[in-house]
Design a protein around this ligand. Structure first.
Ligand code: ADP
Ligand code: MG
Length: 256
């Protein structure tokens, strides 16, 4: 792969649920080290784009390229689906998702949560996976919680555990879907700090967020979606400092 090949390219993405077209032709590119934020009202299609990118949802039209390699499809329209199970696995493990509701496994300790996929999906040696799990828990500031169960942690700690779990897959990029929306304001900041640190170390990330301050602070590129289309995009300074479209202006004043 040449350095110029993007980690993730979404081209002309179209997605409908039954007859409801929710993504109507969207292009987004993330190069290595880019932080791309997706903003927009509820229902504008942000989560759907992330889920289509890592193949949790199947789009009906358009290309998704991971490190220059296009997803191979079979079928067409609503019957279209990725054709190659190995490619699906490669893309899923390399575009690691962090969800709003953490989605930790409640019957496993925090350490087991972080070790599970590297061992079972990637076939890592258990002792090595355990050592890296401790390192990732340390990185997100919850090294002392390894023996706790998710229910014993605060929301902010659970989300940081979920970030450690995503990092343990050593993905090419991290996809965040409203990572701070389920958290009380005082716990949001501990997660924002972790995301900022990841941005500073040059991680490639796509972040759906309602937190405009975080989007402004961490992003290289911001995409404003409206009803399944990109209404405006640019640098954080352009979008937040000098919004052009009336819809974006309205959206920003509603979130201020
Ligand atoms: P956002 O993340 O920006 O709030 P979503 O991507 O979740 O928006 O949703 C975009 C649109 O798709 C909305 O109209 C939503 O109701 C619809 N939608 C999302 N998921 C489904 C689904 N599983 N079945 C049917 N409609 C859905
Ligand atoms: Mg959403």
């Amino acid at each position: 792969m040449s350095e110029a090949t993007p980690v993730l390219q979404i081209r002309d993405l179209h997605k409908a649920y039954a007859n409801l077209e929710v993504i109507k032709g969207v292009d987004i590119t993330a190069h290595r080290g880019d932080v791309v934020s997706l903003i927009g009202s509820s229902g504008s299609g942000k989560s759907t784009i992330l889920r289509c990118a890592n193949l949790l949802e199947h789009s009906q039209q358009g290309d998704i390229l991971f490190k220059g390699e296009p997803v191979t499809w079979k079928g067409s329209g609503h019957a279209r689906e990725p054709a190659d199970p190995k490619q699906i696995l490669r893309i899923r493990t390399n575009l690691s998702m962090v969800f709003q509701q953490f989605n930790l496994w409640s019957h496993m300790t925090i350490l087991q949560n972080v070790m599970e996929a590297p061992v079972t999906v990637l076939g890592r040696d258990k002792a090595e996976a355990e050592a890296s799990a401790h390192a990732y828990l340390n990185k997100v500031g919850i090294a002392d919680k390894h023996d706790a169960y998710p229910a014993q942690l605060s929301g902010g700690q659970q989300q940081r555990a979920a970030i450690a779990r995503a990092l343990a897959m050593e993905p090419e990029a991290l996809l965040f879907d409203e990572p701070t929306s389920a958290l009380d304001p005082e716990l949001e900041q501990e997660v924002v700090r972790v995301i900022k640190a990841l941005a500073e170390e040059g991680r490639t990330m796509m972040i759906v967020t309602h937190d405009m301050k975080m989007a402004r602070d961490v992003s290289d590129h911001v995409v404003f979606l409206h009803q399944g289309l990109i209404e405006e995009q640019g640098t954080p300074d352009e979008l937040f400092g000098n919004p052009k479209s009336e819809r974006l202006k309205q959206f920003l004043s509603s979130t201020a």
